[in-house]
Write a protein that binds this ligand. Sequence first.
Ligand code: ADP
Ligand code: MG
Length: 303
Amino acid sequence: AFLLRVTGNCLRHELQNGSGSVATLPYDPWTIDETALKMIERLGEGRYGEVNKAFYTDPLSEDAPRLVAVKQLKQIKSDRNIAFIMEEMRSEMEIMKSLQHENIVEIVGVCVDPVPLLIMEFVENGALNSFLRRHQNSVEVPQLLAFAKDVANGMAYLQSKEIVHRDLAARNILVTTDLRVKISDFGLARFLDTGGYYLTQNFKRDVPLAWYAPEVIEFHKYSSKSDCWSFGVLVWEMFSYAAAPYFCDLKVLAERLRQGQRLGQPAACSDEVYANLPCLTIIPSIFPYINCFNPATIRCKEL
Ligand code: ADP
Ligand code: MG
């Protein structure tokens, strides 16, 4: 079955690309055929993607069709953006192929034509921000702490892979039926350069400013530490049941942060939790330490 799939894919590439030796054609074991997908309904949309629920039938398996989430590009307005957004999606696919962790959404496959599609596992309870708004009255602090711990575990794994996420926020965290969470949306994620940083010249498009660390806002310098800052804002979102953090323009925000202004202590966050979760006070730290966090005792070891 595997060979059939390889041969089928190679032939498809050969047909599309004209002549060429099958042996030299790039084979991507992740490629699946669009006809294997049956769209069901819209799940959500974000910065550039539109995500639909679908059934995926693996033609080479006897298994019943599997529920998946299919991400594709939204309508793109200007040509100038197309290349940029396509590159973002391609990078998202490549990074996701390299990840396997219980707190990171699983990639099922990709389609390259007629349009690029990213096929992921379907995560039943959807995005954490809307989940928290829907269940404000029933989600209690131990559950919030368990969510935070899951995210920290996933981020520690990402850090070990030398990848920065750059868009860690409640809208990009997915909730399973058994109330575990998975990090998703790797559209802005990048492999770290040597030195542990990823530097850009400027902000290319709308960026999640309110989640960004001072060194990102001022110098466009991304690292696991700036992800950790975003984690702090995400934990703030959790304890605020997905309220929006501050929104202001870049200059104002940079100045406020320079003056030491930080997000406040959410009502649901007790002094004890606040004092023991340094990320809540938005002090950049590193994920492996947060891993020591134990929701049962509400303590952070060695921080
Ligand atoms: P964008 O890159 O455009 O921000 P996202 O990957 O964040 O797109 O997806 C947008 C929304 O789609 C999410 O906030 C969530 O509501 C929904 N979604 C995305 N992936 C899944 C999934 N695997 N399972 C269920 N819902 C999903
Ligand atoms: Mg998103």
